[in-house]
Design a protein around this ligand. Structure first.
Ligand code: GAL
Length: 416
């Protein structure tokens, strides 16, 4: 009898052990990479982890910019069951770290020398209080324009380098019978376009307004001009722009139904997924007037506090993400550039090479700024107040840019 009991216990113990072992080697990942290009990039990560014996439990929450994903995350954390790793942007990482929800990656970071190869601008978000809390995947940038090459050629004009040239190309595309600007009317996309317009007013102005939240800059004449230009650009959209997903806007440019899209370089992932080539099928340029400057965001996997059993998988995931091999393979597909400075640009296409060179230049010149639209300039409460005014301006709420700028200054004062 005793023998039987002993055996039963052993079997149960073994079962419990194998179950917990299986779980310990899995990572549950919350993310919003659901478009064709994003999913292709994510597969690079899944495959790499699989090769290292780490299982992937997928938790996708669609919605560019990650707002929906962040809502889901809150519910999971409130239920006491955070995922292992969560795609996250900028100030959101800092907010979760401040609440004590994130784990610590210092051991793996020290072992692999992350401090030396990951730029300060990225470390500023991946570290909290001097400790690594997130694994940076990449560096994206919002001040790009993606143009259909055939549509541009048809205008007989060169790729625009100034505001006036941009307007000339847009007018010509309109006359040619296509939608000049492919856009999705969602607050984060409106804000993405606005990032570029404010950056075109100058890097110092951008910092004063979006980072320092200076009331005079927020409500002044340069902000009014940026809003006037936003209102002007809104006249080049098609009738169905409202609430369109960003990747469907990219598809309009890919198909030639629209001329161009103002979007972060994740859009390139869609062009590549559709088999298009830069320089041949599409053209990538910096938003006119922002050449030499980079408004950035960095996708990072914030690591939540988990039991010791799951920590090894978390560290293995972080280590895989920071490997130069992954940084090249993933970012080539995603449209972003590596989060470390020592990855060769050899595998990247011309837009990727330009992105890497632009980043190095901006980093050296002090013209690298956190994207307002992507939560890298100010915390969520401020960002959401900015979204409201920008979307209002896109949709005819204000009689002119000056009125919108005043509304922006008031909204930020209230949100501060
Ligand atoms: C951004 C993210 C990018 C891209 C985009 C659209 O927030 O940084 O990686 O996925 O959303 O979903």
């Amino acid at each position: 009898m005793r023998g039987f009991f002993g055996k039963a216990v052993t079997a149960a113990a073994i079962l419990a052990m194998t179950t917990s072992l299986a779980r310990a080697t899995d990572v549950e990942v919350l993310h919003w990479w659901t478009s064709g290009g994003e999913a292709a990039a994510l597969n690079v990560l899944k495959d790499m982890l699989k090769g290292e014996g780490i299982g992937w439990v997928d938790m996708p929450v669609a919605g560019g910019g990650g707002e929906a994903a962040m809502t889901t995350l809150k519910a999971r954390v409130n239920a006491g069951d955070p995922p292992t790793a969560v795609q996250m942007l900028g100030f959101d990482i800092q907010d979760w770290a401040e609440q004590g929800a994130l784990g610590n990656l210092d051991d793996v970071a020290a072992k692999e020398g992350w401090d030396k190869v990951i730029p300060q601008a990225i470390q500023r978000f991946a570290k909290y209080d001097g400790h690594w809390v997130a694994a940076p995947v990449n560096l994206h940038s919002t001040n790009w324009v993606w143009i259909n090459k055939a549509a541009l050629d048809k205008t007989g004009l060169a790729a625009p380098t100034t505001w006036d040239e941009l307007v000339a190309v847009l007018d010509k595309m309109k006359a040619d019978g296509i939608t000049p600007i492919a856009h999705g009317g969602q607050p984060w996309q409106d804000a993405t376009m606005f990032d570029s317009l404010v950056l075109a007013e100058g890097v110092d102005f951008y910092k004063k307004a979006f980072v320092d939240l200076d009331p005079a800059a927020l409500g002044g004449s340069q902000m009014a001009e940026a809003f006037n230009r936003l209102i002007k650009l809104s006249s080049y959209l098609d009738a169905n722009f409202s609430n369109r997903d960003w990747n469907l806007a990219s598809a309009m440019v890919i198909k030639g139904d629209a001329g161009m899209q103002f979007m972060g370089d994740w859009a390139k992932g869609e062009f590549l997924k559709a088999g298009q080539k830069p320089g041949t099928d599409f053209v990538c340029i910096r938003f006119p007037g922002t050449q030499g400057a980079v408004a950035f965001n960095s996708d990072e996997f914030a690591m939540f506090k988990v039991g010791d059993d799951k920590k090894a998988a978390q560290e293995a995931m972080a280590s895989a993400i920071e490997s130069p091999k992954f940084q090249s393979a993933f970012n080539v597909v995603k449209g972003s550039v590596p989060a470390r400075t020592d990855v060769p640009d050899t595998a990247f296409d011309d837009c990727g090479k330009k992105g890497i060179a632009d980043l190095a230049e901006a980093n050296a010149k002090g013209t690298l700024v956190g994207s307002m639209a992507q939560g890298h300039a100010a915390p969520a409460a401020i960002k959401n107040a900015e979204y409201d005014i920008v979307t209002g301006a896109m949709n005819g709420k204000y009689k002119d840019g000056a009125e919108a700028a005043k509304a922006l200054a008031d909204a930020i004062a209230a949100a501060k």
